[in-house]
Structure formats: structure tokens, C-alpha cells
Design a protein around this ligand. Structure first.
Ligand SMILES: [Cu+2]
Length: 305
């Protein structure tokens, strides 16, 4: 084991131990009892759905979709579905989407996991994921990027459903962390987001220009662009230089290993560590803070004016 790898292992193990004590997870305390109750009534059913947006109404959280055949449930037709407010506000008439159709116990139909399904966007995100994976494999044990190393390149989606590749941030400083929208532990992701917002405000006050804030989800299976838009809107975040990114699970996994963040689903609970990084205009990692005990000022002091 190289000294780098050894150091990384030690810091991860420490962070992991601290995190386990903090008990970051996303299953509610009454999960076992609830699971038992739910077993008694017929579960909701889920089907993959593809189609084209006809219209959407964020105020009513509904979307009309001209959908393809839903194999095993219904033929192709145009109909209205319940969706999250974020999904409704991102929906553009004419845009293709893919989603999960949820047939609720009462028979109501809801769409979850709504993703843009534009071929050009899909192809570039896919190509980005393959390149990132190739890079992660080639680096092997050296995949972890330390302060002074270049940050990895990526192609993901932002909270507006637009393709966001690392090239968008070239020539700018980037402050980056990892969170997930359903994190129930106040001193983990929610606190990280609060601190990112505080840093964004402090940086503006300090006259830092050319700075972008980026939060990448740890839970891309749930955190679609629409879910992340809701997350940002609910907190009143100024998204002019603060983006929330998601994408294919393999790409997120590769980013996590390159940035040295551990996130493991176990029994429905997402256990994870925290890392916050500052990347300079040249794409080099300038500073990193592990855990949640950092101060906005420490980052702003390291930003170029
Ligand atoms: Cu968390």
C-alpha cells in the first residue's frame, strides 16, 4: 500500500467511525413497525414509463404525458399524472422523459424518478460516465485525488435537467460537496447545505468573483433533477452560482471514490462520510475539509478574489 493510499484509508476509517456514531441514516426510527403494517395491505406497484410531456402545472403538481405502452399495465395514451412540484416545473412540452409509474394503493397514478430522456443529452452523459469510469479503473488504488491533484472530469445533469459537464466550470473556482435530499440527520447533509449557503453569501460579501458552488447527490436513484430543484427551492437557494448535480449511479460512484467519500446503502440506510472541496481555476484541488466541522470563513479565505 502506498503512503497515499494508507493515509486515505486512515482518514476514511476515522471519518467512518465518527459517522457511524453520528448514526447518519435515512430510515425512520419506526421503520420495522411500518414495514410490518405495510405488508398487510397490497403494496403499490411500479412500472417503467417513457413518453413525451404535453403540459405541466407546478401549482397543482401534475403533468400530462403522452406515454408509450406501459407493459403489463396500460396501452399508449395521453393522461395526467401526479408529480413533484420540481418535476412539474422542469417539464417542457415536447420533451421526452423516462420515469417510474407508481400505481398507488387507492389506484391513483404518480410519476417518480422523472429524468430527461433527450437522446443527445443522454449520449453525452453516458459518454462522460464511461470516460470517468475508465479513468477510475486506470488509476486503480491511486484513484483518490489529493489536494494539489487535478479534480476529475464529469458530465452530469443539474437541477434544471440540463447537462452540466465539468467544462462549464473551467476558469472558475468551484466549491464542491456531496449530499442527498432525504438525509434525515440534521448535522450531516442539512448542515452541509446550510454551510454552503453561508459560504456563498460570505464569498459574495468578500468580493470573490468567478466562484461556483456545486452539490453532487449521494443518492442518484432518488435525487433526480426535479427532486434537487425542490431541494434548492425549499431552501431559497440562489442558484445563479450554486448547482445541484445528479446522474448515472456508476458516475456518482466513481466521483465518490476519486474524491474519497464513502457512501454505502445497508438495510435501506445510506451511511456516508462528508467532504467539502475547493477546486481552483485550473481544475486543481486547492483545499478539502473532511467531516462537518469546517467554517465558511476557512474556505472564503482560500478563494481568489
Ligand atoms: Cu447525510
Amino acid at each position: 500500500m502506498s503512503s497515499n493510499a494508507a493515509r486515505q484509508f486512515a482518514s476514511c476509517a476515522l471519518a467512518w467511525a465518527g459517522m457511524a456514531m453520528a448514526g447518519c441514516g435515512r430510515a425512520p426510527a419506526d421503520a420495522p413497525a411500518r414495514a410490518q403494517q405495510e405488508a398487510a395491505v397490497p403494496a403499490e406497484r411500479r412500472f417503467p414509463l417513457t413518453g413525451k410531456v404535453v403540459s405541466a402545472d407546478p401549482a397543482k403538481s401534475v403533468m400530462v404525458v403522452s406515454h408509450d405502452e406501459v407493459v403489463g399495465y396500460m396501452p399508449a395514451m395521453t393522461m395526467e399524472f401526479k408529480v413533484s412540484r420540481g418535476d412539474a416545473s422542469l417539464a417542457k412540452p415536447g420533451a421526452r422523459i423516462r420515469a417510474e409509474l407508481v400505481v398507488e394503493k387507492g389506484g391513483d397514478l404518480r410519476l417518480e424518478k422523472v429524468w430527461p430522456d433527450d437522446k443527445a443529452a443522454h449520449d453525452s452523459v453516458d459518454a462522460g460516465a464511461r470516460m470517468l469510469h475508465q479513468d477510475t479503473i486506470e488509476k486503480g488504488r491511486q484513484a483518490y485525488r489529493e489536494v494539489g491533484d487535478n479534480a476529475p472530469e464529469f458530465v452530469l445533469y443539474d437541477q434544471n435537467g440540463r447537462v452540466a459537464d465539468s467544462g462549464r466550470f473551467r476558469g472558475k473556482q468551484v466549491m464542491l460537496n456531496f449530499i442527498y435530499s432525504r438525509c434525515p440527520v440534521a448535522n450531516m447533509c442539512p448542515l452541509s447545505t446550510t454551510k454552503m449557503i453561508a459560504t456563498q453569501k460570505l464569498a459574495a460579501k468578500a468580493g470573490v468573483s468567478g466562484i461556483e458552488f456545486v452539490s453532487v447527490t449521494l443518492d442518484p436513484a432518488y435525487d433526480t433533477p426535479g427532486v434537487l430543484k425542490d431541494y434548492a427551492d425549499a431552501r431559497g437557494i440562489d442558484t445563479s452560482n450554486f448547482s445541484f448535480l445528479t446522474g448515472p449511479e456508476p458516475a456518482i460512484r466513481d466521483l465518490l471514490s476519486q474524491f474519497g467519500v464513502i457512501a454505502v446503502f445497508k438495510d435501506g440506510i445510506l451511511n456516508h462520510t462528508l467532504a467539502t472541496l475547493l477546486i481552483d481555476e485550473k481544475g486543481r484541488i486547492a483545499w478539502r475539509a473532511d467531516g462537518s466541522a469546517w467554517e465558511p470563513r476557512e474556505f472564503v479565505e482560500r478563494m481568489h478574489k
